[in-house]
Design a protein around this ligand. Structure first.
Ligand SMILES: [Zn+2]
Length: 314
């Protein structure tokens, strides 16, 4: 699922291309995508894009008249850009692997939304007014001051350690659950939580209220550093192009999706704990004092600490 770093780089690429441009037509090619009945899609046609922002893991485009197009890519949704006359792009027939869900025709090019696989999870909401927009916010605290990078590409000040600690320890959950709960923290999901916990050298099943001050400070710094490092890396990878290689699995990741690969810090084989439909990856030497957490009891602990809806809320 595209998380804060991926969504940030998408937003930067979109800002360069569609901010101030006219959205001429929205063409839905999947009947399941649009989740709202009013305002109608035609209400944004002919309007200019006047703003862009992230809301949790969602991408929001503001059209004139305070009408927001809100896209949630969920796990397999991706955006693509084709510059030039929009008439040149026609909807591709849905294939089993990558289906086109919508085409947004602008005066200078076409943004398309696709979703891999057979499940249709990606969504589009149209909302009128900033108040209505906020109802789509899962409510997690923003980690950086800016939800859209400023002209220098800065995300602004990172949340202070006291505020971070307050959110983290408000309830007693596993670290994995707390970091990925969109009602607690905005924009972190399965991939970057694995990377953050590896960076902080903390166990994914450690309980938040068991952390000491030094561990919280370490997690706070690791969250900031990991997210910033990945924003930089994804920016560099996209360069001047539209980001077309968005994936939750990257070879530069230390633990996420690296089961049985060597830990880049100590060489120990990365392990996993599976729970529900998810898994978390960790280094036993760096994060759990050499203990393997693959036993049933820990899988159960993580599963039971996992609301079924947590990913849906993201
Ligand atoms: Zn290690």
């Amino acid at each position: 699922m595209p998380e804060l770093p991926d969504v940030t780089v998408y937003l930067e690429a979109l800002e360069q291309r569609i901010l101030g441009h006219r959205l001429e037509k929205v063409q839905l090619t999947s009947p399941f995508l649009l989740r709202t009945a009013t305002p109608p899609l035609t209400s944004v046609e002919g309007k200019n894009v006047v703003g862009l922002r992230r809301l949790g893991k969602r991408i929001c485009l503001e059209c004139e008249g305070e009408i927001w197009l809100v896209i949630h890519l969920m796990i397999a949704g991706r955006l693509h850009w084709k510059a030039g006359s929009s008439a040149a792009v026609s909807p591709r027939p849905g294939s089993k692997f990558k289906s086109q869900l919508a085409l947004f025709h602008f005066d200078n090019g076409t943004l398309s939304l696709t979703e891999a696989g057979t499940q249709r999870r990606a969504s589009l909401h149209l909302v009128s007014g900033n108040t209505r927009l906020s109802t789509l916010d899962p409510g997690g605290v923003e980690l950086f001051a800016h939800q859209q990078p400023n002209r220098q590409g800065g995300l602004g000040q990172f949340i202070g350690v006291e505020s971070f600690a307050r959110v983290l320890t408000a309830e007693n959950h596993t670290l994995k659950r707390a970091l990925t709960d969109p009602r607690l923290f905005s924009g972190i999901g399965n991939a970057y939580s694995d990377e953050i916990l590896w960076q902080a050298q903390l166990s994914p099943v450690k309980l938040t209220q068991k952390l000491n001050e030094e561990e919280i400070a370490r997690l706070h710094a690791a969250t900031r550093d990991t997210l910033l490092e990945w924003v930089e890396r994804l920016r560099a990878e996209a360069g001047a192009d539209f980001p077309e290689k968005v994936t939750a699995f990257r070879k530069e990741m230390a633990t996420h999706g690296r089961y049985r690969e060597p830990c880049p810090r100590c060489g120990t084989k990365i392990q996993r704990i599976r729970y529900a439909a998810n898994e978390t990856n960790y280094c036993p030497t760096c994060q759990t004092g050499g203990k393997l957490l693959a036993d049933r009891a820990l899988s159960r602990l993580l599963r039971e600490d996992w609301p079924r809806s947590v990913d849906e809320l993201g």
